[in-house]
Design a binder for this molecule. Sequence first.
Ligand SMILES: C[S@@+](CC[C@H](N)C(=O)[O-])C[C@H]1O[C@@H](n2cnc3c(N)ncnc32)[C@H](O)[C@@H]1O
Length: 398
Amino acid sequence: MMRHLVVPNREVEAVLGHVRARGWGSVSHRVFSSKDGLSRLIPLDVGAPLELPKALEYPIVMHEGVPDEKIETDWLALLASEVDETTIEQMGDAWPSNHEFVGDMMIVRIDDQVAQFTDSIARAKLGAHPHIRLLLADDGVEGEFRIRQLKPIGARLADRILAGPSLEFAPPELLTTEVAVKESGRVIRCDPTKAYFSTKLQTERLETLALAKELREELGRPLRIADPFCGVGPALATLLAEPNLVSDLLATDLNPDAVKLLMTNLSKWDRRPYPEGAIELQQVHENRLVGLADALTLSKKQEITGKWDLALVNLPHRTIEFLPEIIPLLDRTSPSMIRGRAIVEESEIEQANELILSSLPKLMPDKPSPSLKIKRDYSSTLRLCSFQAWLSPLEETN
Ligand SMILES: C[S@@+](CC[C@H](N)C(=O)[O-])C[C@H]1O[C@@H](n2cnc3c(N)ncnc32)[C@H](O)[C@@H]1O
């Protein structure tokens, strides 16, 4: 899903001019017509700011991006100069049609069936995407830190494309994987080979922002937000960008590389100094408690528990299991919220909903009950879902 501007047909050319001049249009998706044929949907790049200028004040809808077929046919045409047409047809869907851009890097999954053509794929993909410096093959997410196993398979050195054995001659700076990604007008420093980061979660982060604003409305004041599995902090980038939304922040992760990047990011987003490196959890500013910590130990620290209005739980394999350790962080004297992501078997979603409900204290009666919403497939049977739970304040007992 990505943001699209809905623009009346007559105004499309002018709006496209504005969008392109600012680099806010998605380069790999195309404009398409609305269902009623009266408007066009212009795909916005993830880097485009949330608040658009007056000239671009049109309705925004979330819609699946429509890939620009020209780029798709370009890369296959380039592949055809190295691999014979019959093989290209035979392998069909095994060729990598999907990809993810992270800064000036592109990440693709190489199916075993076409692994022998990796060098040709690298040359064709880099040929079709001239703004890409480095192409990486994705072998999936691993371990406690949820880090992607990424291997460089192609790079651009001036006007040459390096792939296969020639990659050995690439200068180290060409192979660097620490990059700056623009999202919703904010710059996020990340290194997907060292700490978890996914550009695909922008929609999720925008939904979290909308929910946080609703909670602020409910409480009538800025929020104290806890992100105990924060990684390099992308969810916080969006929340901190909203004026008067965040009063206090607890941001922790177990991965020292993630915390190091988090410090760099927070110092920019928060416009004040943060220590460098992977610091232990500490009060960096009066309202900023950040650093290395095991989220499961936080509820044992009295000075941290019962202090937060919104807790984010983004550790999808273990979110439901960890809920009892996260709930004590919330301030139960007023309404609060848990927002989580979970990976669940599609056939077991109802059971998982029940499990979530049984782990939670009393819910707010006038808000929807937590219910897992499928966001995308994780495997043939597993689904990546998200949910939010509105918790009622504890009733005072006399
Ligand atoms: C799926 S990633 C999400 C990161 C970040 N919230 C984001 O949206 O990009 C989960 C993160 O939890 C961290 N993690 C895993 N176990 C943890 C624990 N017990 N305490 C704190 N962080 C943990 C990992 O290092 C990883 O950065």
